[in-house]
Design a binder for this molecule. Structure first.
Ligand code: AVJ
Length: 323
C-alpha cells in the first residue's frame, strides 16, 4: 500500500517537474535525479565499469587503500555511519570493516532505490561488528532520522561519496553542507568524495564513452517520459551531448534535438516544441579545485581534518569534522 502511494507520488512529481522544465522560456531542463529509474540505475552501474569513467575507481581505490587511516582519524567510540546515496554500498565496505574492527558500528544506507538497498543489505549483511539499518528516504530526511535516533555516546560519520555533490550548483552544495552540519553535533564527521578539475581530454570521454552507455543513460530520460507520462518522444530525433562549461567548471549533459519537432506529454498535461539544435539540460557534474571542498566546509561549520588524493585520476576524499 505504502509503496503504491509513493510510486504514485513520484509519477506526479516527475510530471510536475517535466512540465515546468519543458514549458518554461529559455533553456529547457529536467532535474538529474530523474535519470535514475530502474533502467537508468542499471545503466549507471555499467558506466562505473567503463574505462573512461575513472572517477568511480578513483573513489573506490582511495576508500580501499585508506580505510584504516580514515577509521583511525575519527574520534574513538561507537560510530553510526550514514551514507547519502549508498548505491550497492560496496565502496563503503572497506571503511565499515575497518570501523568494525575498532568498535561496534551501525551502518545506515540512505537511498531512494529499493533495489540498491536490497543489494546493499545482501552484500554487506555478514560483516563482523557492523549492523545494517537501511532507510528508503531522501538524503536529508534519512539523515535527520538517524541523528534523532542516535545513542548518547554515539558519533555520527556521514558519507557523501562518488562526487554526488557535483550534481549541485556550487551555492546549493554549500547550502547542503550547512544543512548537514545543522543535523550534526561537534565532533561528528562528514567524508566527501569529489572529482577534481582535469584536462577536457580526460574529462569529456568520461561523460561520452565509446560504447555509448552514457548516451543511453541520458536518452533513457526520454524513454522514461514515454513509459511513465505517455509521451511520444522519438529517441532517434535527439542525440546525447556532453560539454565542458569552463565558466562554471562543470560537465553538462544535454539532449539535443536533431530536427524541429513538437512532442506531446499527456500525463504531464503539456506539449513541448523544439527548434533544430535546441537542448534539454539533464545533468551537471561540477569539478572541484584541490582545496575547494575543505574551504566550502570551513565556511559552513566544519574543519577539514585530512584529505586523500588519487594519483591516477584527480579525485579527493575530504574528511570534515563538525566544529
Ligand atoms: C553519480 C552523479 C556522480 O555526475 O559523474 C555519470 C553521474 N552522469 N555519467 C556524475 C553520471 C553521467 C555521476 N554521479
Amino acid at each position: 500500500m505504502l509503496t503504491e502511494t509513493s510510486a504514485q507520488d513520484s509519477v506526479s512529481d516527475f510530471a510536475i517537474d517535466v512540465r515546468s522544465g519543458l514549458t518554461k522560456s529559455g533553456q529547457k531542463e529536467i532535474p538529474s535525479k530523474y535519470l535514475y529509474d530502474e533502467v537508468g540505475s542499471a545503466l549507471f552501474e555499467v558506466i562505473t565499469l567503463l574505462p573512461e569513467y575513472g572517477l568511480f575507481r578513483a573513489d573506490e581505490r582511495l576508500l580501499r587503500e585508506h580505510a584504516g587511516e580514515i577509521a583511525q582519524s575519527l574520534p574513538q567510540g561507537r560510530v553510526a555511519v550514514a551514507e547519502l546515496g549508498s548505491g550497492s554500498g560496496k565502496k563503503s565496505s572497506w571503511l565499515l570493516e575497518a570501523l568494525g574492527a575498532l568498535q561496534p558500528t551501525v551502518y545506515y544506507p540512505i537511498e531512494i532505490s529499493q533495489a540498491a538497498l536490497d543489494q546493499c543489505s545482501k552484500e554487506l549483511g555478514r560483516m563482523r561488528n557492523v549492523k545494517i539499518n537501511a532507510l528508503r528516504q531522501p538524503y536529508l530526511e534519512g539523515l535527520s532520522s538517524v541523528a534523532a535516533g542516535r545513542k548518547q555516546d554515539e558519533r555520527l560519520l556521514v558519507l557523501f561519496l562518488g562526487s554526488t555533490i557535483g550534481n549541485f550548483e556550487r551555492p546549493v552544495a554549500e547550502q547542503f553542507l550547512s544543512t548537514v552540519r545543522q543535523t550534526l553535533n561537534p565532533g561528528d564527521a562528514l567524508l566527501v568524495g569529489a572529482d577534481l578539475e582535469k584536462p577536457c581530454s580526460r574529462l569529456l570521454p568520461a561523460y561520452d564513452d565509446a560504447l555509448g552507455v552514457t548516451a543511453a543513460f541520458n536518452l533513457n530520460l526520454l524513454a522514461r517520459m514515454n513509459r511513465e507520462l505517455e509521451a511520444d518522444f522519438d529517441l532517434g530525433a535527439f542525440r546525447h551531448l556532453a560539454r565542458y562549461n569552463a565558466a562554471e567548471r562543470r560537465v553538462e549533459m544535454h539532449l539535443v534535438a536533431t530536427r524541429e519537432q513538437t512532442v506531446e506529454i499527456p500525463r504531464a498535461a503539456c506539449s513541448a516544441s523544439f527548434m533544430l539544435g535546441e537542448t534539454i539540460w539533464t545533468e551537471s557534474s561540477h569539478k572541484y579545485r584541490q582545496n575547494e571542498v575543505a574551504q566550502m566546509g570551513s565556511r559552513n561549520g566544519f574543519r577539514a581534518l585530512r584529505q586523500w588524493n588519487d594519483e591516477e585520476w584527480a579525485f579527493a576524499e575530504t574528511l570534515l569534522i563538525a566544529e
